[in-house]
Design a protein around this ligand. Structure first.
Ligand code: ZN
Ligand code: ZN
Length: 386
C-alpha cells in the first residue's frame, strides 16, 4: 500500500479562476499585439493550466489554450481535465519526441505569426533553434521576447491563492514552536534545521519552501548561511528562517532565539530590527509605493546607526515561487517600485548584520487589504531565550 502524499491531495483552483487568469493575460496579448504566448516556466504553466508537472509547454492564444506534454504526464493531465479544476478550453497535445518540434508543429497548426516567449526562461540557444526550425519548416513565426507577463499577473492574488497562502502561513505557528524548542546549548545548527524540516512535513506542507536557515553566533551575520556543524553556545543569537509549500504556495518566516540570556547589545540589535519591522508593516496599504515600505524599515535602522548593517531588501512577493514580485526594496535603475494593491502578498523582513558578531532578522508574511494589511503569520514576536 502506498501512502497518499500531500501532493496527491493538493488542491487546485477551480476552472472559473483560470478563466479569469486567461482573460487578464489575453488583454496583455492584445496590448502587445501577440497572436500567442509560449509559456515554459513551470510555475507560470501551473498558474495558467493547473498542470503541476515539471515538464510541459503551455501556449495561450487569443481564443484558445494548448498544453504540450509527454507521456509521463498524459494520465495526470487527463484526470485534471475531468475534474472541477480543469483548464478551460484546453487542447492537450502529445509530445512524442521533442518539445521543440511539438511546439513548432502546434504554432504552425494555429497559424500564429507573432508569438511571445518568456525571455527570462528561454535560453538564447533555444530561441535561436526555434527560429531556425520555423524557417526550415516554412512556418511563418516571429518569436518576440516578453518580460514577466505572467509574473505581473501573479502579483495580485485571487481568492484561491489568498485562502491557500493564509492556510500556509497559519501552519507555521506549530513549526515555529518546534524550531524554538530545538534551540539549546550543545545542539548543532544542522540538528535544529533537521527538527524544523521534520516539523514542516508534519504540518502538512509538501516540502520546505527553501533550504532552512539556522545561523548561530557569528554565522547569524550571514543572511543566507547554510546550517552546519557549529554547536550552539551560551550568548548566541540564532536566526531561524524557514517556510513550507502548501498546494504549491510558499510561506516564509524568520524568528530569533537567544541561547541563554541575551546581552544588552543583542537586545539593542533585536529591538532596532523589531521596530523597523513594525514601521514597515505600518506603512503597508493600497496606493503606497513598495519603495516607501522599504524606506520605512531602512530609515528606522538608519536612525539607530544600523543603516549599513541592513544590506538586503525589506521583502519579496510570495506565491508559487518563494521569491516573486513585488520586490519591497529601494528603486533600482532596472527595477522601479510598484504601487501596492489589495491582494498582494509579500514578506516584511528587515535585518541587521554585524560581521564577526551576529545578526538579527524578523520576517512575517502580509496580505495587502482594502485598508492596510493582514499579517498572515501569527507567530509571537520576541527574542526567545532558550
Ligand atoms: Zn525567510
Ligand atoms: Zn523571505
Amino acid at each position: 500500500m502506498t501512502a497518499e502524499s500531500p501532493l496527491d491531495r493538493a488542491r487546485l483552483p477551480a476552472s472559473t479562476l483560470l478563466v479569469a487568469r486567461h482573460a487578464r493575460l489575453r488583454q496583455r496579448l492584445d496590448t502587445l499585439s501577440l497572436d500567442a504566448l509560449v509559456v515554459t516556466c513551470a510555475p507560470n504553466i501551473r498558474y495558467l493550466s493547473n498542470h503541476t508537472g515539471s515538464a510541459g509547454v503551455f501556449v495561450l492564444t487569443r481564443d484558445g489554450a494548448h498544453l504540450l506534454v509527454d507521456f509521463r504526464y498524459r494520465d495526470a493531465v487527463a484526470s485534471l481535465q475531468r475534474s472541477s479544476s480543469a483548464c478551460p478550453d484546453l487542447v492537450v497535445r502529445d509530445v512524442p519526441a521533442s518539445y521543440d518540434e511539438a511546439l513548432l508543429e502546434c504554432l504552425g497548426d494555429l497559424g500564429a505569426s507573432v508569438v511571445g516567449f518568456e525571455a527570462a526562461h528561454v535560453p538564447v540557444a533555444t530561441h535561436g533553434r526555434w527560429q531556425r526550425m520555423a524557417g526550415a519548416r516554412q512556418v511563418d513565426v516571429t518569436f518576440t521576447a516578453t518580460e514577466s507577463i505572467v509574473e505581473d499577473a501573479r502579483v495580485v492574488k485571487d481568492s484561491f491563492e489568498i485562502a491557500t497562502l493564509r492556510d500556509a502561513a497559519a501552519r507555521l505557528t506549530g513549526v515555529a514552536r518546534s524550531a524554538l524548542d530545538a534551540v539549546r546549548a550543545g545542539e548543532t545548527e544542522w540538528a535544529v534545521a533537521g527538527t524544523i524540516d521534520a516539523a514542516i512535513r508534519d504540518a502538512g506542507y509538501e516540502r520546505p519552501a527553501f533550504d532552512t536557515i539556522v545561523a548561530s553566533g557569528p554565522n547569524a551575520a550571514r543572511p543566507h548561511h547554510h546550517p552546519g556543524d557549529r554547536v550552539l553556545a551560551d550568548g548566541d543569537l540564532v536566526v531561524l528562517d524557514f517556510g513550507g509549500v502548501l498546494n504549491g504556495y510558499c510561506c516564509d518566516l524568520t524568528r530569533m532565539a537567544s541561547v541563554g540570556a541575551p546581552s544588552s547589545d543583542a537586545r539593542r540589535l533585536y529591538d532596532a530590527v523589531y521596530d523597523a519591522h513594525q514601521a514597515a508593516i505600518a506603512a503597508v496599504r493600497p496606493g503606497v509605493e513598495s519603495t516607501a515600505v522599504d524606506a520605512a524599515a531602512r530609515s528606522l535602522l538608519d536612525s539607530r546607526g544600523l543603516g549599513a548593517a541592513f544590506g538586503h531588501s525589506t521583502g519579496h512577493g510570495l506565491g508559487l515561487d518563494v521569491h516573486e514580485l513585488p520586490r519591497i526594496a529601494r528603486a533600482r535603475a532596472d527595477a522601479a517600485g510598484v504601487r501596492l494593491e489589495p491582494g498582494m502578498v509579500f514578506t516584511i523582513e528587515p535585518g541587521a548584520y554585524v560581521p564577526g558578531v551576529g545578526g538579527v532578522r524578523i520576517e512575517d508574511d502580509v496580505l495587502v487589504t482594502e485598508t492596510g494589511c493582514d499579517v498572515l503569520t501569527a507567530v509571537p514576536h520576541g527574542l526567545c531565550s532558550r
